[in-house]
Design a protein around this ligand. Structure first.
Ligand code: AMP
Length: 217
């Protein structure tokens, strides 16, 4: 099963892809996490990647495509994955197809602009694991500390309000065409496409995802 999760920043792609990965025992490929890991370890073009991410812009296509392609190739993940945060541009989607990386199911998490901003600015991240919390919707047990390691949580640079608006704008400009493309692919019978209200409770979204994936399996 090859699953792509789409949705604006803060729509829960990270949380839901982690859930799917655990439930169906498939690798989770979260490009945002991979990029943050590259920055932390000062690997591959990290200075340039950091600059793009912190300003709320997309990292250039050729870099993210290279990273994803190497990742899938290195671990031989062609047969099963849940991709979170990729593709985010039409070019990325088309390149993935041209490289023979097949997608079976696309799930879009839909969220209003106001909810996107509320979700992003309240988000707290445990940087080394990538675990995410929300001060209102999914708070850590101990204020500002990770549930598992007890380490301090941070507010990501790109989760500041002004940057959050830029990311939303980028989503409209770059990723809505990807949604249109996958809807057309579904109409042509090449994959399954579903949209879910990303504003529902996390457990309700889990239930909907299970129903979708089990029906497509
Ligand atoms: P995320 O954690 O998925 O919200 O991604 C955080 C940031 O990483 C984005 O705002 C972009 O700067 C960068 N990024 C993530 N995925 C992509 C992608 N597919 N293409 C380009 N940049 C990306």
């Amino acid at each position: 099963m090859r699953i792509v999760l789409l949705g604006p920043p803060g729509s829960g792609k990270g949380t839901q892809s982690e859930f799917l990965a655990n439930r169906y025992n498939i690798p989770q490929i979260s490009i945002g996490k991979i990029l943050r890991n590259i920055i932390q370890k000062k690997l591959y073009f990290s200075t340039s990647i950091k600059k793009f991410m912190e300003s709320g812009e997309l990292v250039p296509d050729h870099l993210v495509i290279d990273i994803i392609n190497n990742y899938i190739c290195q671990y031989n993940y062609y047969e099963k994955f849940v991709l979170d945060g990729f593709p985010r541009t039409l070019y990325q989607a088309l390149t993935m197809k041209n490289k023979g990386i097949i997608v079976d199911v696309v799930v879009e998490l839909v969220l209003s602009d106001a909810s996107v901003i509320e979700r992003i600015v309240g988000r707290r991240t445990h940087i080394s694991s990538g675990r995410i919390y929300h001060i209102k919707f999914n708070p850590p047990k101990d204020d500002n500390y990770d549930d598992y390691t007890g380490e301090k949580l941070i507010i990501r640079e790109d989760d500041q309000e002004d940057i959050a608006f830029k990311r939303l704008e980028s989503y409209r400009k770059n990723t809505l065409p990807v949604i249109k493309y996958y809807s057309q692919e579904a109409q042509a019978g090449n994959l399954h496409y579903f949209s879910i209200n990303g504003g529902c409770k996390i457990s309700d979204i889990h239930r909907k995802l299970i129903k979708i994936i089990d029906a497509c399996n």
